[in-house]
Design a protein around this ligand. Sequence first.
Ligand code: GLN
Length: 343
Amino acid sequence: MSHFDNLHSLTSSITAVTSPLRQYLHELHSKYHPLTDGVVANYIPELALADPALFGIAVVTTDGQIFEVGDSTTLFTSQAISKAFVYGLALEDHGRDYITSKVGLEATGEAFNAILLDEKNNRPYNPMVNGGAIAITNLIKGQHPTERLKRILDMFKRYTGHSHDISMPVFLSEKATGHRNRAMAFLMLNVGIVSDNLEETLDLYFQQCSILVTARDLAMMGATLANGGVNPITQERAIDAQYVQDVISVMLTCGMYNYSGEWACRVGIPAKSGVGGGITAVVPGQLGIGTFSPLLDDKGNSIRGIKVYQDLSKDFGLHLFNATRCDRDLNAWTKGSPVDARS
Ligand code: GLN
C-alpha cells in the first residue's frame, strides 16, 4: 500500500475535524455555489454534458495537509491544465534552450485556440496556447505512441500519487471535432515546427487533455510544484527541480488564456485553467489549490473558480507581489489536523 493509499484509508475513517481554513472554504463554497453565470464548454460535444452545478475546492499544503469542500473528488478532464505539466516533461526531455527555440515564452493576448504563429521566430508564442501545446506534445519522447502516452500518465501519477484514466468519450469527441487544432498542426507542419506524424501527435494531445482528474488532484499537483517538484504526501519527485520555476512562470504569464494579465494583477497566483472547468494554482513554498466548476466565461475560465481565487488571494494575502503582510496569518488558519481536515 502506498503512502497515498494509507492517507486515503486513514482519512476515510476520520470524523469531521474543524479547522479555520476548512470552515473558510465552506463559506467560500456556499458564497459562490449559487452563482450560475457562464456556460459549460460545448465546442467539444462531450464536454457539453457536464453538470453545471458541480463545484469543488481543494487546498493542499506543502507539508501535506488536505482541505477540501464540495465536489472535490469528482472526476473531470484536465484539458489545457495538462499543457503546463507536459511542458515540464518536455523540458526534462530536451532542456530549456532547445524547447525555447521551438516554442516561445510570450503571451499572445489572443484566445487559446487562435490560429497564430510568431512568424519572425518561426514558433508558436508560448506552450499554453493550443499551437504551442501541440508542438510541445510533439516533442515528448517515446519509441511508439503507447510509450509516449504512458510517460505522460506516469508523470501525472508522480504529481498526484495515484494512477489516472483517460475519458474515452471526451478523447473521441475531440478527435472527431478538433479540426481547428488539426488546422493549427498542419500550419506548423508547413513551416517545419512539428514532425509529420501529425495524427499521432494530435491523438496524444487530445489524450493528455482527456486525462481524468479531481480538484483534489489539481491541488496536489499545484502543491507538488509549490514544494519544489516533490509530492508532499508520497515524497516522490515529479519533475526535475531545475524546471519547476519554468513551469510556474509560464503559468503566471500565460496560464489563464487571454485573461492572464488581468489575473496576474487581480489574483497574482500562478495558475492554469482548462475548459473542463478546472483551475490549478501554485503558491510557491506554501500551497497548491485546485478548483472545479464547469461554468465558463467567454475566455474559457471557470467563473466560480476565478471568484474563489480572488477571495483566497485577498483574504490570505497570497498575491505573489504582495509586499505587505496580511492580517490573517495562513499558518494559524491551517491548524486543526496534522493529517486531514475534510468534512
Ligand atoms: N483540448 C482543448 C483544446 O485543445 C484544450 C483547451 C483548453 O482547455 N483551453 O481545445
